[in-house]
Design a protein around this ligand. Structure first.
Ligand code: C2O
Length: 550
């Protein structure tokens, strides 16, 4: 195994994806930032030098961080931010996973422009569990605002101005006609598309005109090969798919379009973003267009999400644990937060949006990171009382009844609560989506672990009827799952890594809403299962008023 080293210079740069120049924080001057290439078993070292005007952290989305919780990069959860003109070096091993992941800033909104691909190939000498592709192509989908990212904090967030493909808006947006991602292919060859949805707040459909693809991995876990003409990715999800250039020589559009499952919130931009597949030898004919699903095509989204299965017996595959130590039933959804005085709130009833898990709105600590509070036994930072079920039972999926301001779960409780679990225990979570205020898919992301997705469904989860239908044989494994609008998913994971691990909605707008909680996985009996000590250069939280109060 090797050590792979990178320097990330974070600085403010001018970019112009559409018609207007905009200053953004970027890594090494690029949007998206650098692609990291490692092999499974390697050690990754990234020196982050913060020359921007923002507080930053970098999160390695989907990386297990076995025995390296301090490197998880979750702002105020596992570390204090790297302040302007400070540095921090992330160092960790990448073991037990192969495929495509991403890195991104884990500070509100900054993920919009600070992100990039993290490609994990097999150890040298080990093959892919599919035919070797001719070429590998990272494909990063992004969401763009022609505005300062700091202004995205209002609730609800403003409608974005474009979606980008590898930094380019393409020919369906103004001023970007000639800036479109082009993939040149040779007829008969097979390409591995490493697709990443780095959009802040939007699930995306992706389709290529006249071509099917074969999905071979999701969230850096190999899948049973799955042939499809359309894909869906929630924010934070990745798909590895094989594309064979098996069509007549020509030009073919590939396109993304948002998947909008929501009722109750403003509609985002639904313009498709296009890239181009150009066969070698193609003449200047006009490209073939794909027929995109409608933005609210819930059945198509559900079919893709629920049809994926894991590759039984493939590299790093492990069977589903049958014994469950912790059972949780977690409701999720939006509610309201009383509007702070001297602010003008634009949410329903003159309040602002809040979100909740089991009626708790998660408050991110402000003075010290939770991981440091845990390690040094500092009390008063969080409470160990995250409930195993919501305070009231109701018909979770009926939208019409839930818009009353007197509904018990309309104004969730603001708290920093965690759930403590024993090392190596198996946790099963039924995630029940609700229709309090809005009904929409929420992509839930777990730090530090992959989970088995044992089942997806619509309506209220029924512990008898639905439990019988769970897939305990070859369920997909993921780090991010879209919980269907008005529906549920059942997850299971083995908590084998001590530390504090976030579990949150990966729509960035929903982080400040508080659709978030954290697990504390206790130490096990051996040094192998004990919390590591913090690195000596861990950023400090000492609050510089020039940074925090402006
Ligand atoms: Cu990709 Cu906590 O996030």
């Amino acid at each position: 195994a090797a050590t792979v080293e990178h320097v990330f210079q974070v600085k403010d740069v001018m970019v112009k994806p559409l018609c207007k120049e905009q200053m953004i924080p970027a890594v090494n001057g690029n949007l998206p930032g650098p692609t990291i290439n490692v092999r499974e078993g390697d050690t990754l070292v990234v020196h982050v030098i913060n020359n921007s005007t923002y507080n930053v952290t970098i999160h390695w989305h989907g990386v297990f961080q076995l025995k390296s919780v301090w490197m998880d990069g979750a702002n105020m959860i596992t570390q204090c931010p790297i302040q302007p003109s400070y540095n921090f070096t992330y160092q960790f091993d990448i073991t037990g996973q192969e495929g495509t992941l991403l890195w991104h800033a884990h500070v509100v909104n900054l993920r919009a422009t600070l992100h990039g691909a993290l490609l994990i190939r097999p150890r040298s000498g080990r093959p892919y569990p599919f035919p070797k592709p001719y070429e590998e192509v990272p494909l990063i989908f992004q969401q763009w605002w022609d505005t300062d990212v700091r202004l995205l904090e209002i609730r609800p967030a403003p409608v974005s101005d474009a979606y980008l493909m590898n930094g380019l808006a393409g020919d369906s947006y103004p001023c970007s006609k000639n800036r479109m991602f082009n993939l040149k292919v040779v007829q008969g060859k097979t390409y591995l598309l490493r697709i990443i949805n780095a959009a802040l707040n939007t699930h995306l459909f992706f389709k290529i005109a006249n071509h099917n693809v074969t999905v071979v991995a999701v969230d850096a876990v190999y899948t049973t090969p799955y042939l499809t003409d359309v894909m869906i990715l929630t924010p934070g999800q990745t798909v590895d798919a094989l594309l064979t250039a098996d069509q007549p020589i020509g030009k073919y559009y590939m396109a993304t379009i948002p998947y909008i499952s929501a009722i109750g919130i403003p509609t985002p931009d639904t313009n498709p973003t296009r890239g181009l597949i150009v066969y070698e030898g193609a003449t200047s004919s006009s490209p073939v267009k794909p027929l995109m699903p409608a933005p609210n095509d819930i059945p198509t989204a559900h079919r893709f999400s629920s049809n994926i299965t894991s590759l039984v017996g493939g590299p790093h595959w492990t069977p589903v644990p049958r014994h469950i130590d912790e059972k949780m039933f977690i409701t999720m959804g939006l509610g309201l937060d009383p509007c702070p005085s001297n602010t003008k709130c634009i949410g329903p009833l003159g309040q602002r949006y809040a979100g909740s898990l089991n009626n708790r709105t998660f408050m991110i600590p402000e003075r010290i990171s939770m991981q440091e509070a845990y390690f040094y036994n500092i009390t008063g930072v969080y409470t160990d009382d995250f409930p195993n079920q919501p305070p009231v039972k109701f018909d979770y999926t009926r939208f019409e009844q839930r818009t009353n301001s007197d509904f018990k779960m309309m104004f969730p409780e603001r708290k920093t609560s965690v759930k403590t679990i024993r090392c190596n225990s198996t946790v099963e979570i039924v995630l029940q989506n609700t229709a309090i205020l809005t009904r929409e898919s929420h992509p839930m992301h777990l730090h530090g672990f992959n989970f088995y997705v044992l089942g997806y469904g619509f309506g209220n989860y029924d512990p008898v009827r639905d439990a019988r239908k769970l897939n305990l044989f070859n369920p997909q494994m993921r780090n991010t799952v879209g919980v269907p609008p008005g529906g549920w998913v059942v997850l299971r994971f083995i908590a084998n890594n001590p530390g504090i691990w976030l579990f949150h909605c990966h729509m960035d707008a929903h982080l400040p809403y508080g659709i978030m909680m954290a697990f504390i996985v206790q130490n096990g009996p051996t040094p192998e299962t004990s919390l590591p000590s913090p690195p000596s250069n861990l950023p400090q939280c000492t609050r510089d008023p020039r940074i925090y109060d402006s």
